[in-house]
Design a protein around this ligand. Sequence first.
Ligand SMILES: NC(=O)c1ccc[n+]([C@@H]2O[C@H](COP(=O)([O-])OP(=O)(O)OC[C@H]3O[C@@H](n4cnc5c(N)ncnc54)[C@H](OP(=O)(O)O)[C@@H]3O)[C@@H](O)[C@H]2O)c1
Length: 251
Amino acid sequence: MQTDGTNIAGKVVVITGASSGLGEATARYLAARGATVVLGARRAERLQTLADEITQAGSKAFARVTDVTDAEQVQTLVDAAIEKYGRIDVILNNAGVMPHSPLERRKIDDWNRTIDINIKGVLYGIAAALPHMQRQKSGHIINVSSVAGHRVGPGSAVYAATKTAVRVISEGLRQEVKPWNIRTTIISPGAVATELPNSITEADVARGIGQFYEQYAIPADSFARAVAFAIGQPEDVDINEILFRPTRQEL
Ligand SMILES: NC(=O)c1ccc[n+]([C@@H]2O[C@H](COP(=O)([O-])OP(=O)(O)OC[C@H]3O[C@@H](n4cnc5c(N)ncnc54)[C@H](OP(=O)(O)O)[C@@H]3O)[C@@H](O)[C@H]2O)c1
């Protein structure tokens, strides 16, 4: 285990969307630096395998099946961190989907899913963690936006709207939580190689995005390092937003 003098070791970190991609990479990265990780997502087997691997490597990890569209399940995940480990230092509201398509295709089920997971899921994470962090008078809420939270293009209107909402919610939250010494961070990645394009339901759109990711995407560790940078600062330093892209990504 590496404890490199940063403010990560010993922290209890709740991660939603931990069963793959950015959440999984971050769980491994933080656990390897001494954090205790509490993992939520819907795919039970992947989640438990990850928790087992982290535990076998000598860190503490706990997995609970969680659908972030259900506020009660998110509360149960956060409460499990308190019950097992006595506190919650960080929540990484990371679960998300990206079912791009032009609006004229009227993919209303995709729109609802995107809004429910990407916006309401983040709000439920905030709702679950905030009372504990207020009581502790410390904590760190990290919400995952995207380059799409800064710009919109054809086919990404709904996704970009949800990621813009995440940034707006996070900035409002930042201003509100000053009395309780709580830090807030928005992380906005460009193309990172994960299973995210699998959430696209239109075959032609999926092909196009697949090619884009093959050409540009960088490894998920890039995101994990950004999270670790934000968490690892001294408690009086609040990293409010990190926007990063693959060096070769133009848009
Ligand atoms: N990869 C990129 O290029 C990129 C760029 C910008 C932003 N992001 C954002 O990064 C976040 C993570 O995505 P990723 O790239 O790591 O994609 P991913 O590999 O598809 O991971 C998404 C995670 O979200 C979980 N999830 C989806 N629906 C959920 C639900 N209803 N309840 C709980 N968990 C749910 C998935 O787990 P289950 O299916 O097991 O529930 C999975 O663990 C997302 O918010 C995404 O928008 C990614």
